[in-house]
Ligand binder design. Structure first.
Ligand code: ATP
Ligand code: MG
Length: 580
């Protein structure tokens, strides 16, 4: 490809609305343009990078036995009504009507459509398992679209779905996809980590997110410094404290104390002159329509996903002010486990077993209680792991130290079980002629987000440093010929030779000044730059620059093909990648 005929509208300045480096660089390098909030045009260079990611993903999916399909973007509401998601999905689902007043949506994901397809075609266990995937534009009306391709409203996803006849098969499908994802992200050249994620009603270890490690990530990962434990904060387990529960027999009788205007943990602690870890925090939730109370120590954060799973519900939300008043008889800020509405089951974080003589809300305005003993003064349904892990906690698996890092979610593998097949009647006849539900799994990769993530991991003050596997072009051949016809001719010859070698090359044959060419090549981030000038030609060499390290070497022109191949291998190897 000749840059003289290419379309790369580079920008000198960072766009005003770009907060993260990938957004700035994708815009400045002329790879994307914003159409409207969270919706982008992919320009020639940007699309090349996206297509390279998609190609690697396709190869790994195909290798794992998945089959590519392409499903419609427009989906009828009736399918979503079958699963209940028409009501439940909320505003991220963009809904509209056709000319006959029928409801439709733009697909944010395709469980309904794929289940509908498969239930109509697959009737016998002999036709299972089947694993179908697509690479397609998704639409989610995100509440806060931002960061360019990282969180768009319209974006490209690879989504895949597996259907199995039994548990063993479903597990196999899950781990096949898990391994295919590892292979794909490795080939792309990302530094990533699979982390345990919440699998809701399924339980077990059948949900993993693949996180690209980067400062700008919106997710936090807890990982062990000694073993390979890694989990997102929702999922990360916290073990029960060691030792016997605290002795409550020595605790004086509970008594009320006035705490006027002290609602928050901080206000109560300041008022009473106690540390936050002496307080029991009482949080009221509604799980699938029923009120539930969760207790954690005052200095901890309750993990609502853990509480929801413990209760066995699907949906959890904080109780609103009116409900808090109804259940406690007090304004928000004074709920406590003693004397709460007896209809409300109370679940306590297991850390609370290690202490006693607590301070808590009194279910009375401007009042708290002192000397609370949970076993003695309240009715706790269960003690369990209910809080969010903290960096000072021990690894739940080996007891080692953990660290918190930021991550960008680029993939998610999830066992769905019977969630959709039951609601949509996706059944088959088993070996005994008995009707069974198919066991499903779903698997997503953020194809366009990966291009942004790769930049977040690989850039410097001059621009992008793409891994060679997904760079729009692997090599930029820069001719500094100017009016020197010999240089121009030799550059043409090298361009032809590189193409013959099967290398993806951008040939900068433009009449621009050398400084402009160098700056643009750095900005776009071609992993390899080859620079031919008059002096080099005279000396029989071409200069070769590794974009990532900045290291320059001279390749002899008389043995160009061989010396370039060696150097190219080195570059790929430095990235930990295999030369194609
Ligand atoms: P997030 O928590 O980041 O919103 P999600 O849990 O909604 O992601 P999934 O429904 O699992 O994501 O979608 C599969 C993949 O699609 C994600 O792992 C992510 O890489 C990508 N993705 C999701 N939402 C967006 C978006 N708004 N823009 C770009 N990529 C996205
Ligand atoms: Mg999302």
């Amino acid at each position: 490809m000749r840059l003289s005929r290419y379309y790369i509208p580079t920008l000198k300045e960072d766009p005003a609305d770009a907060e993260v480096v990938s957004h700035k660089l994708l815009m400045r390098a002329g790879m994307i343009r914003k159409l409207t909030s969270g919706i982008y045009n992919y320009l020639p260079l940007g699309l090349r990078a996206i297509n390279k990611v998609a190609q690697i993903v396709r190869e790994e999916m195909n290798r794992a036995g998945a089959l590519e399909v392409l499903l419609p973007t427009v989906q009828p509401a009736d399918l979503w009504r079958e699963t209940g998601r028409w009501d439940y999905y909320g505003k991220e689902l963009l809904r509209f009507k056709d000319r006959n007043d029928r409801d439709y949506c733009l697909g944010p994901t395709h469980e309904e459509v794929i289940t509908d397809l498969v239930r109509g075609e697959i009737k016998s266990y002999k036709q299972l398992p089947v694993n179908l995937y697509q690479v397609q534009t998704k639409f989610r009306d995100e509440i806060r679209p931002r960061f360019g391709l990282m969180r768009g409203r319209e974006f490209i996803m690879k989504d895949g779905y597996s259907f199995d006849k039994d548990e063993a098969g479903a597990e196999q499908s899950y781990w096949d996809m898990f391994n295919a994802y590892k292979a794909a992200f490795t080939r792309i050249g990302l530094r990533f980590k699979p982390v345990q994620a919440d699998s809701g009603a399924i339980g077990g270890s059948f949900s993993h997110e693949f996180m690209v490690l980067a400062e700008t990530g919106e997710d936090t990962i807890a990982s062990c410094l000694s073993c390979d434990f890694a989990a997102n904060l929702e999922k990360a387990k916290v073990n029960a404290p060691k030792g016997a529960p605290a002795d409550e027999s020595v605790v004086p009788l509970m008594e009320e104390v006035a705490t006027p205007g002290a609602h928050t943990v901080e206000e109560v602690c300041t008022f009473l002159g106690i540390p936050a870890d002496r307080l029991v925090k009482t949080l009221l939730f509604v799980v699938d329509g029923k009120p539930v109370a969760g207790l954690v120590r005052g200095d901890r954060e309750l993990n609502d996903v853990k509480l929801r799973n413990l209760v066995g519900g699907n949906e959890i939300e904080l109780a609103d002010e009116a409900l808090v008043r109804k259940l406690t008889g007090a304004p928000v800020g004074f709920a406590g486990p003693a004397g709460l509405d007896p209809e409300v089951p109370i679940y306590a974080d297991h850390e609370l077993l290690a202490g006693t003589d607590w301070v808590a809300g009194a279910n009375k305005g401007d009042t708290h209680v002192l000397h609370l003993a949970l076993g003695r003064d309240c009715d706790i349904v269960q003690y369990a792991d209910l809080r969010v892990i903290e960096p000072t906690d021990a690894c739940p698996e080996c007891g080692g130290a953990i660290e918190f890092t930021k991550g960008i979610e680029v993939g998610h593998v999830f066992k769905l079980g019977l969630k959709y097949s039951k609601k949509m009647e996706a059944t088959f006849l088993d070996e005994n002629g008995k009707s069974q539900y198919m066991i499903m799994g779903c698997y997503g990769i953020g194809v366009s987000r990966i291009v942004a993530s790769a930049i977040e991991q690989n850039f410097d003050e001059n621009g992008c440093c793409f891994p060679p596997s997904i760079a729009p072009f692997e090599v930029c051949l820069i001719s500094l010929g100017g009016k020197d016809q010999d240089v121009a001719d030799k550059a043409e010859e090298l361009y032809a030779e590189l193409m013959k070698l099967g290398v993806d090359v951008a040939f900068d044959d433009r009449g621009e000044r050398p400084g402009v060419k160098f700056a643009e090549a750095d900005l776009i981030g071609y992993p390899m730059q080859l620079v031919l000038g008059g002096k080099g030609l005279k000396n029989g060499i071409i200069e070769a620059k590794d974009r990532k390290t900045g290291e320059k070497v001279e390749l002899p022109l008389d043995t160009f093909a061989a010396s370039f191949a060696d150097w190219r291998n080195q570059i790929w190897n430095n990235w930990g990648l295999e030369t194609p």
